[in-house]
Design a binder for this molecule. Sequence first.
Ligand SMILES: Nc1nc(=O)c2c([nH]1)NC[C@@H]1CN(c3ccc(C(=O)N[C@@H](CCC(=O)O)C(=O)O)cc3)C=[N+]21
Length: 376
Amino acid sequence: MASSILSDCSSCATSRLLPLRRALHPPPPRFRPSPAPAPSLTRPLSASPTPLPLLPRARRMAALSAAAAAASSADPATALADASAKIIDGKLVAKQIRDEVGVEIARMKEATGVVPGLAVILVGSRKDSQTYVRNKKKACEAVGIKSYEVNLPEDCSEYEVIKNIATFNEDPSVHGILVQLPLPRHMNDENILNAVSIEKDVDGFHPLNIGRLAMQGRDPFFVPCTPKGCMELLHRYGVEIKGKRAVVIGRSNIVGMPAALLLQKANATVSIVHSQTKNPEEITRQADIIIAAVGVANLVRGSWIKPGAAIIDVGINPVDDPSSPRGYRLVGDVCYEEASKVAGAITPVPGGVGPMTIAMLLSNTLESAKRIHNFK
Ligand SMILES: Nc1nc(=O)c2c([nH]1)NC[C@@H]1CN(c3ccc(C(=O)N[C@@H](CCC(=O)O)C(=O)O)cc3)C=[N+]21
């Protein structure tokens, strides 16, 4: 991208979007990226195996497995000498947030009799989607949100889905509506997501909510859960964002793009690295904050990381692992083993961003019920 001088007219009024009360629980230990290079600087960055360019997915995967093999044969003596990053514990923070949401829901119910309601629409029978929906339902029950579930067959019509959305739009006991993605191929996501009332769009996927997120001086009704969870982790670990360089890897509508908008709203200088980016490693290495959301296992290597950077790894990629009971294990978009020796702080996978996504969904549903019932 050509460099140009931009006039900065960003507002800082919306740098913080979460109205949750946090006096209830002490925050986790604070992490501050050190301005001075971390001790790991003594380790030359070139010690990392071959850097990987962004390639078409199939080629990327092949290149990645070769690089991963090289990584595992790294000199163990070097590894021992390395400093290690602070772990950003998403599981712990998500639990704190769920507890906070639960307390607020009880307070609201006591004062108004209103119980927040979340409707989930699942189309088809993908195993992973069924698991996610089941987990969301459990999480709702645990905090006192009433959940409503509709299961539609894979071959149902778009009209059928929209009809169900319309019913929930009108239902006063429902404060949030979530259409589980991905939808079957024959459906147009846009038509379906457009049908969700923006006041109940707890996923924050409605184009009007995204549009407001992108504009100065306007706020969306809801911020998408995963990027909101990423920001919450940075805030709760005391990572300074204002004036920092941030790189978002990936530009999806549901994570990368809104994450970049949120970082910008929080006054970071943001670059987006994607499949057509010429020098992803070099650009990423300039970042104080990295949010990786491409869905490519171990794409970001140690050599991509500026010493002391804070890393939020959104990827949840299954890789074969015969020694695990499921036959696979989950890894992020960031090569954790390498990154944790260079970074100042990093989220693990699992136990990082994943649990935060669900916590933010509960938080958005509570926020919606409060707004609809004008409960402060
Ligand atoms: N409308 C819509 N909204 C979503 O928010 C949405 C969606 N569709 N479709 C699918 C993705 C995926 N997603 C996850 C939520 C929690 C974990 C999670 O908690 N993961 C655990 C690990 C789970 C495991 O071990 O299998 C973790 O990372 O620690 C992961 C993924 C929400 N999504």
